[in-house]
Design a protein around this ligand. Structure first.
Ligand code: ADP
Ligand code: MG
Length: 292
């Protein structure tokens, strides 16, 4: 193992261990306990196990990235925390209370921008407030602040079709932020933008999160993105998704002011995470030679 030995002592875990988050002395803000999610396939007794006995604790203010191959259950994990998918077994708690559905404390940023094409940037961001009950005072100011924060000032009257992919995702982010959630749940938010824009968006996101102090759960299948953004990287196995290992990332923040990818720590952790992922991928390829 390269440069990450300390993590194990910090309460990290391999997939075989149960209750990853629970080894901490105090309860985490978000507690995922023995979470199993199986989707029925419509026919009798036929189902897909998307997640199997996942345990994870996330602290307030933490930026946690969830990394794993396509189909390993990342979206399922995020949606269960969002309250959009119900656990088949186990539970998710927020501040010790069972998550039973979506709430104003959590906002989701989706991969496909999910903007309303007939609405301007301003009114798409406004939609984030309309989803909330009450709290309409100062709405205009909050909308403007969210638009300014994601650097879309001047584009308020523009329609989504007039925007680039990166700009659309900024609108998605502003729409999530305007509701002032404590937790941002982001599902491969930069998956659909080009590589250069993705770099810029990642830096912007770190800037915004450092400025707002939000707790973030960020799903990605990019190893570099997971390391560059995360305080911890949760490495998942192929389906059914389990947590293979959790790695703490101690690269200095902000990470956009210097070439973090050139540092020894980055190179070592990257190599280690690739190893974790590739062992699993090879096993999976042998088990299902025809592919997935
Ligand atoms: N609504 C659903 N019904 C049936 N199967 C689903 C559903 N959503 C996801 N799955 C299956 O569960 C597994 C995990 O999916 P998902 O959480 O979307 O993975 P990821 O986000 O890592 O690609 C996949 O095999 C997928 O096909
Ligand atoms: Mg997904």
């Amino acid at each position: 193992m390269t440069g990450v030995e300390g993590n194990v002592e910090e309460g990290e875990s391999s997939g075989a261990d149960r209750k990853v988050g629970d080894r901490r002395s105090r309860a985490a803000m978000i507690e995922v306990e023995d979470l199993t999610v199986a989707y029925p396939l419509g026919t009798d007794d036929d189902y897909v196990v998307a997640l199997h006995e996942v345990n994870l604790g996330i602290d307030e203010g933490e930026f946690v990235t969830i990394l794993g191959p396509s189909g390993c259950g990342k979206t399922t994990l995020l949606n269960t925390i969002a309250g959009l998918v119900a656990p088949t077994m186990g539970e998710v708690r927020l501040d010790g209370k069972l998550v039973g559905g979506p709430g104003p404390d959590r906002s989701v940023v989706f991969q496909e921008y999910a903007l309303l094409p007939w609405r301007t940037v301003w009114n798409n961001v406004r939609f984030g407030l309309e989803m909330q009950k009450g709290r309409k005072e100062g709405a205009d100011q909050r909308i403007q602040e969210a638009i300014d924060l994601v650097d879309l000032t001047g584009f308020e009257k523009v329609y989504p079709r007039q925007l680039s992919g990166g700009m659309k995702q900024r609108v998605g982010l502003a729409r999530a932020l305007v509701a002032e959630p404590r937790i941002l749940l982001m599902d491969e938010p930069f998956g659909a933008v080009d590589a250069l824009t993705r770099e810029v968006m990642r830096d912007e996101l770190e800037r915004i999160i450092l400025a707002t102090g939000k707790t973030v759960v960020f799903v990605t299948h990019s190893v570099d993105e997971a390391i560059l953004l995360g305080d911890r990287v949760v490495v998942m196995t192929t389906r059914p998704g389990r947590i293979r290992q959790i790695e703490s990332i101690s690269l200095d923040r902000p990470r956009y002011g210097y070439d973090a990818r050139g540092t020894k720590e980055f190179i070592e952790i990257r190599e280690h995470i690739w190893e974790l992922l590739s062992v699993d991928a090879k096993k999976h390829a042998r088990a299902t030679p025809e592919g997935d």
